[in-house]
Design a protein. Sequence first.
Length: 442
Amino acid sequence: MSPKLQPVRGTHDILPEEFKEFHKIIEGARDIARLYGFEEMATPIFEATEVFARSMGETSDVVSKEMFSFETKGGEGVTLRPEFTAGIVRAFISNGMQQHLPLKLFSTGPLFRYERPQKGRQRQFHQVNFEWLGDDSPQVDIDLICMAGQLLYYLSGNTKGCTLLINTLGDKESRAKYREALVKYLTPYAKELSEDSQRRLASNPLRILDSKSEQDRKIIEGAPQINQYLNDAARKRFNIVHEALSHQDSAPMFQSVKITPTLVRGLDYYTDTVFEFVAETGELGAQNTVLAGGRYDGLIEQMGGKPTPAIGFAAGVERLLLLGGEKWPVIGKKIKLMIIPFEEVNSIDVHRLATQLRITLTVLPSKMGIMLRSTVETLWQGKLGKRLEKASQRGATHALILAPEELKQNLYIVRNMQTREEQKVPIDAFKDMQKIRNIFGF
Ligand code: ATP
Ligand code: MG
């Protein structure tokens, strides 16, 4: 009798019962993508090996040991995608998508890494992935990280959320200085470092900070930290991001925000802001990073495109499933809201409002059994008229204009983009679903 056929090590079947949960995660991520104005796209499951090797860096763990690479019958070297970003950047360049910037892109599907299988770590796994291309403002980092927090909150229905770890890798100049200092500090310890870290000392020293080896951790404790090497621009940028995130009405979004100087992420392409969401509880064990991302302003140019700033993140679907929880019911009616703050308005207040609205417009309707499919975006730069025009182009049904005079009286201006009618609405009205329904007329 022939031996029983089994799934290949590190892969598993998703049977119907599990698929229902799996599907909830993907659909939930689509809801959040829509809420923040992201559009879905897909790239091939395999690409020329160079696409990943060039972007993620030859010395990264993924490229040096985790890729499923093979030769086609025609002799082309191809690799099953280990992540989304490289393929999306390749698609952005090869399809001339430059002219449509800024772009907010959502993707989902299977990924492949040759890793040692454990709970929450497989050789074929799935991600929901978000990339925001074409805007280097720190406000974008803040908005995207809030979105990541809301995604986790929405999917797990859990008010405890996760802890947000953030760090900055600085710009090129700061990072080069830091790298030098780090190598200088580590070199005398070279023989005491783990084998992996010894290898990285020459090729990718920052990565040593990320090491999980006990012997390395002791040495790393005394290492210089990146924040001492940031130039003014990089420091200012990071402070803006950190301050706003600390001010978010964060209770449902993330339990706390921790600056984590050793958070470096594994890939070469990251610059400035990097972040991870870590589950404090649940079944995840050592695989407790559920979501991770960062800014990669140099990558598109490095891959042969025009210089284009970008930031993104991905969450592992299998790990989200281990987080557990219930998803909110699925929703149907559309409000597309564009928040337009006057320049004098405090940006922290604007983020706070955006967060509040995004929560209200998802949680309240679901509690009331109403179906709603909303988008809440923010638009920061340019004259009011130009911004209203942009809002129309992006299909906004309403603009929420934040003007200093009205704000003093606790009023927002709500503009119906179709009828051009404007009304002044008390801030408090946005906490009440019935009032929200009246304002937006549904
Ligand atoms: P880790 O430190 O756990 O190896 P990573 O830094 O390699 O994670 P990323 O490349 O940033 O992970 O991928 C983002 C997310 O994808 C991770 O936070 C995790 O949720 C998920 N993920 C990564 N690798 C795997 C895997 N082999 N199996 C299941 N999920 C994974
Ligand atoms: Mg990994």
